[in-house]
Design a protein around this ligand. Structure first.
Ligand code: HAM
Length: 423
C-alpha cells in the first residue's frame, strides 16, 4: 500500500472542524484590524528565498525543497510566506495607491527538517504582514492582535518573548562584541554553532543544545548595544504593550532563524508542546522590501504555526465552540445601551458575550440564552437599574447573585479571568 511521505500528514475530517474554527477566528479578527487576504503560490524562484531569508540560515542552507525546471531554473517549494508577500507587493506595485498594505495569508509551507511531534515537512502557517508603517505603535498593535487570537481560542499557556535585533547601523557592532565573547569562552560549542559562530554568531544565542546554552548564559545582550533610534523604538514598543495590558518578557536569546529581521522580534511560546515551544514568531523587516528591488518601506509581521496551535487546543481539550460565556439580557432602552457597552468591553477582554437587541421580554431572552447554551446570563431590567445592580445567573446550577452596576465589567472580567467558578 502506498503510504504518506515521511514528515507530512493528513488532517482528517475529525480534526478539520478545529482547523476551520481556528481559521474563522483568525480571519474575522484580522479583518477587523484591517488586514485583507492574499493568496500566493507555493512555488517561487529559489533566489527569492535565498535573498530574503539569507544564504547562511538553516532554512536556505539545508531545509528547502528545490528542483530545476525544464528551463534549468531553480524553483523552491516555499519554506515561509513573508518573501512571497513582499514579492507580490513589489511585482503588482501594490504600494502605488497606498504604501500601507495589510495582508494575511494561510497555507502550507515546506521545510526539510527532522520530523518530530510539532515539526513537519509540510506544515501550515497563518501569516499577517503590515507593510508601510514604521511606528512602534504598529508593533504593539500587531502583537495585541496575535495575543487576542490566542485569547479567543482559549489558549492560555503562552508567553510572549520580545527582543530587538537592531538595524544595519548597530547590529554589526554587536556581532563583533558577541564574536569576541564566543572566542573568549572555553566551553565547547555544538558542531552547528562552531560552524556558524563566525558568519552568524547571533544564532549561537538561541541554540537549544545544553552546552551552548550554558556557554552563552552570560553573553552580552543586544538591547544594550542598540543605536539611539533602535533603542527609542524598542522602549516605545514596550510602553505601548504595557498600555495595552500585554504581558511579555524580554528575551535576549530571541534572534529568530531568518536574516531579514530588524528591530522588534517576538515569539509566542508555550509549555504544551515539548521541544517545539514556538507557536508563533515574527518581527520587523524594515529593509527587506528595498533589498528585493521595491520601494523603501518598513514592515512587520508574524506567522503562527497552524499545526502547533491545533495541537495545543486539542491536547488541552479546550472546547472551541461558538457557545457564549455570557448572555446579557437587557430590558428597556437604557439597559440595552448599557448592555451594548458592556458586551463590547467584555468581548474584547476575551469573554464570549452575546446580547439580544430585539424587543423580546425577559422570558424570550432567557429562552434564547438557553438555546445558544450560554453558561451565564446577566439580567438588567428597570428594577435592577433602579437598585444600581444586575443579576448574574449560572445557567447550569441556576444559582444567582446581585452584582453592582458600578465597575461591573471589571468585576465580571475578574471572575472569568481567575478561572475559578464564576459564581
Ligand atoms: P518562523 O519562526 O520560521 O517564522 O515560523 C513561524 C512559526 O511556524 C513557528 O513559530 C512555528 O510555530 C511554525 N513552524 C515553523 N517550522 C515548522 C515545522 N517544521 N513544523 C511545524 N510548524 C513549524 C517565519 O516563518 C516568518 N516568515 C514569520 C514572519 C512573518 N516574520 C515576519 N512576518
Amino acid at each position: 500500500m502506498i503510504q504518506l511521505i515521511r514528515g507530512v500528514r493528513d488532517i482528517l475530517p475529525e480534526e478539520v472542524g478545529l482547523w476551520q474554527k481556528i481559521e474563522k477566528t483568525a480571519t474575522s479578527l484580522f479583518e477587523n484590524f484591517g488586514f485583507c487576504e492574499i493568496r500566493l503560490p507555493v512555488i517561487e524562484f529559489t533566489e527569492l528565498f535565498a535573498r530574503s531569508i539569507g544564504q547562511d540560515t538553516d532554512i536556505v542552507e539545508k531545509e528547502m525543497y528545490t528542483f530545476l525546471n525544464k528551463k534549468d531554473e531553480l524553483i523552491t517549494l516555499r519554506p515561509e510566506a513573508t518573501a512571497s508577500v513582499v514579492r507580490a507587493y513589489i511585482q503588482h506595485r501594490l504600494y502605488a495607491v497606498d504604501p500601507v498594505q495589510k495582508f494575511y495569508t494561510i497555507g502550507p509551507m515546506f521545510r526539510k527538517e527532522r520530523p518530530q511531534k510539532g515539526r513537519y515537512r509540510q506544515f501550515y502557517q497563518i501569516n499577517a504582514e503590515m507593510i508601510g508603517v514604521d511606528s512602534p505603535l504598529a508593533d504593539a498593535q500587531l502583537i495585541f492582535m496575535l495575543v487576542e487570537l490566542f485569547n479567543r481560542l482559549s489558549v492560555s499557556d503562552i508567553s510572549i518573548h520580545l527582543n530587538s535585533l537592531g538595524c544595519p547601523e548597530c547590529r554589526p557592532g554587536f556581532k563583533k562584541t558577541l564574536q569576541k565573547f564566543i572566542s573568549n569562552t572555553t566551553a565547547k560549542l555544538c558542531s552547528d554553532c562552531d560552524r556558524r559562530k563566525d558568519k552568524n554568531p547571533l544564532r549561537v544565542l538561541d541554540c537549544k543544545v545544553f552546552a551552548c546554552r550554558e556557554a552563552m548564559k552570560d553573553a552580552p545582550s543586544i538591547t544594550e548595544h542598540l543605536c539611539n533610534e533602535c533603542s527609542e523604538h524598542f522602549e516605545a514598543v514596550k510602553i505601548a504593550l504595557n498600555d495595552l495590558n500585554i504581558i511579555f518578557e524580554i528575551d535576549k536569546r530571541l534572534v529568530r532563524g531568518l536574516d531579514y529581521y530588524t528591530r522588534t522580534t517576538f515569539e509566542v511560546q508555550t509549555g504544551s508542546l515539548g521541544a517545539q515551544s514556538a507557536v508563533a514568531g515574527g518581527g520587523r523587516y524594515d529593509k527587506l522590501i528595498e533589498s528585493l528591488g521595491g520601494p523603501s518601506q518598513p514592515a512587520i509581521g508574524f506567522a503562527i504555526g497552524f499545526d502547533r496551535l491545533a495541537e495545543i487546543i486539542s491536547s488541552n481539550s479546550v472546547e472551541v465552540s461558538c457557545k457564549p460565556d455570557l448572555f446579557i439580557a437587557a430590558l428597556g432602552e437604557k439597559a440595552k445601551n448599557m448592555a451594548l457597552k458592556w458586551s463590547c468591553d467584555l468581548s474584547l477582554s476575551g469573554i464570549k458575550t452575546e446580547t439580544d437587541f430585539s424587543d423580546k421580554g425577559l422570558k424570550g431572552q432567557m429562552k434564547k440564552a438557553d438555546r445558544i447554551a450560554a453558561a451565564y446570563v446577566l439580567i438588567l431590567g428597570d428594577n435592577e437599574l433602579g437598585e444600581g445592580s444586575a443579576i448574574l445567573r449560572n445557567m447550569t446550577t441556576k444559582e444567582q447573585i446581585s452584582v453592582p452596576v458600578d465597575g461591573i465589567v471589571e468585576n465580571i472580567r475578574l471572575r472569568f479571568a481567575e478561572n475559578q467558578k464564576v459564581l
